[in-house]
Ligand binder design. Structure first.
Ligand code: FAD
Ligand code: NAD
Length: 462
């Protein structure tokens, strides 16, 4: 089948080519189903590859190198002040990182026989999609998988449209390094992209409406990050809302609750993301949305209220993470192929790629308590880790939460460099119901940061 051809009938039509959509499509093809992916951008990768996980992590890697070079001064190694050239940096991110991965995904689709159709899809009924691309097409399907993702939420009550007011997609383009940047929202994006810009030289002011950064995340993990952010950023205002933005020449004047208006060169709005479930014609199907947030309602197999339609990824709600979308995609593909698959994972790891990184999985201490679970909690400070000493990072913490009666590990939180990699072992432990003594008795290579998990477990055994 050639891209752009009229497709009469397929087994599976996947709407949206992000991590949820392409994972579902690849698995469907592996299971012998004729599969097409329709994406408005005419390519596979979605928000994650083109405007999310990958470009942000490329820039965060650059920020980490700059910070590490700064730290090296303490060890008697001075590389001098960094000189940042935006053109090569953008080119590296766009072509060598994003472009290369995009070509890889296109190659996988080809090798698996998955057809990618460029265009915006909407349902005409429970077995037909209408696609508006370069040509108008209709596809009839036995099953559809909706994987249309999410988009940035606008700042409530502030209608200003200006190139200087950016969402994460615009900020990742790195238009310049503004002298003064206002970041609205102290969640994942505000902290990650705020870190990038602050390290590259912007004076960053962050405004968060709740009383702490990363609301909902264990305070023991957030504290070391907050201390670092307060040093790196010019100002952090908690319990504060932005009540207005006004363009004045080449500046944005921001009204912060209870403060004099302040001028910024650019503003990044990062106050959450919302489901992309509108304009899909879902009302022509049996698909139903959740009462709050407009997410598509699904069961553990990815089935919507319409027997012909499945849904995966951000459009189905929190946590809006690429690895959750990918797992859901594979589950939905297997479920519609008649296999006994279900999204029954106990632990979905989460990583905030700041400096230090924060990562967690399973239950936090507070969540376990609110479920009435008696727990034993161990906190291992990295000040006692040999590996942390060798990299000059004693500011980390590994926290282990176990069910008191059984000794089963139910949750782990880690803050420190490399936490995002370390959480993999913890996720396996929670997912496989490992006991504290399993982790304590497992030999961990020395000297590594992974030993902190073993040490935290040993502390619990007394
Ligand atoms: P998406 O990736 O959003 O893909 C949806 C696709 O559907 C898009 O390609 C879109 O063009 C297409 N589409 C939408 N409507 C239609 C239509 N009507 N017809 C045809 N096509 C349509 N997650 C992590 O796990 N780790 C990270 O480090 C991370 N970093 C992030 C950084 C940023 C700045 C952002 C914004 C997000 C980040 N995320 C991260 C979240 C991650 O990007 C999402 O969870 C993930 O992309 C969701 O995948 P998805 O397949 O559900 O949807
Ligand atoms: P978020 O939900 O992580 O954080 C939004 C923050 O904005 C919250 O702290 C909230 O209290 C605050 N806020 C909301 N309204 C506000 C207002 N009017 N004024 C000031 N503060 C306000 O959302 P995000 O940072 O936009 O990221 C969206 C989603 O994208 C994340 O929830 C996550 O699912 C995904 N993401 C993941 C990663 C990762 O995995 N490393 C990175 C980036 C994004």
């Amino acid at each position: 089948m050639v891209m752009g051809d009229l497709v009469d009938e397929v087994d599976v039509a996947v709407v949206g080519g992000g991590p949820g959509g392409y994972s579902a499509a690849f698995r469907c093809a592996e299971l012998g189903l004729e599969t097409v992916v329709i994406d408005a951008d005419r390519r596979l990768g979605g928000a994650c590859l083109f405007e999310g996980c990958i470009p942000s992590k490329a820039l965060l890697h650059v920020a980490a190198v700059v910070s590490e070079a700064e730290r090296a001064k303490e060890w008697g190694v001075d590389f001098g002040e960094p000189r940042i050239s935006l053109d090569p940096l953008r080119k590296w991110k766009q072509e060598r990182v994003v472009g290369k991965l995009a070509r890889g995904l296109a190659g996988v689709a080809k090798s698996k026989g998955v057809t990618v159709i460029g265009g915006r899809a909407a349902f005409e009924d429970s077995s037909t999609l209408r696609i508006e691309g370069e040509t108008l097409q209709k596809i009839r399907f036995k099953h559809a998988i909706v994987a249309t993702g999410s988009e940035p939420s606008p700042l409530p009550g502030v209608a200003l449209r200006s190139d200087r007011v950016m969402d994460s997609t615009a900020a990742l383009e790195l238009p310049d390094i503004p002298e003064r940047l206002l970041v609205i929202g102290g969640g994942y994006i505000g902290l990650e992209l705020g870190t990038v810009y602050a390290t590259l030289g912007s004076r960053v002011t962050l405004v968060e409406m709740t009383d702490g950064l990363l609301p909902g995340v264990d305070r023991d993990l957030v504290q070391p990050l907050q201390r670092r952010i307060e040093k790196l950023f010019a100002a952090v205002h908690l319990r504060t809302k932005v009540t207005g933005l006004r363009e004045t020449g080449d500046r944005i004047e921001a009204a912060l609750e209870g403060q004099e208006p302040q001028a910024f060169d650019r503003v990044l709005v990062a106050v959450g993301r919302r489901a992309r479930s509108g304009s899909l014609g879902l009302e022509a199907t049996g698909v139903r949305l959740t009462d709050r947030g407009g997410f598509i309602r699904i069961d553990e197999r990815g089935r919507t209220d319409d027997p012909h339609v499945y849904a995966v990824g951000d459009v189905t709600g929190e946590p809006m993470l690429a690895h959750r979308a990918m797992r859901q995609g594979k589950v939905a593909a297997e479920a519609l192929a008649g296999q006994p698959a279900a999204f029954d994972n106990v632990a979905i790891p989460a990583v905030v790629f700041t400096d230090p990184e924060i990562a967690w999985c399973g239950l936090s201490e507070a969540q376990a308590k609110s479920q009435g679970m008696e727990t034993k909690v161990s906190k291992f400070q990295w000040a006692a880790s040999g590996r942390a000493a060798t990299i000059g990072r004693a500011d980390g913490l590994t926290k282990l939460v176990a069910e008191a009666a059984s000794g089963r590990v139910v949750g782990v939180g880690i803050v420190g460099p490399g936490a995002g990699e370390l959480i993999a072992e913890a996720t396996l432990a929670v997912e496989t119901a490992a006991l504290v003594e399993d982790i304590a008795a497992t030999i961990h290579a020395h000297p590594t940061l992974s030993e902190t998990l073993m040490e935290a477990a040993e502390n619990l055994l007394g």
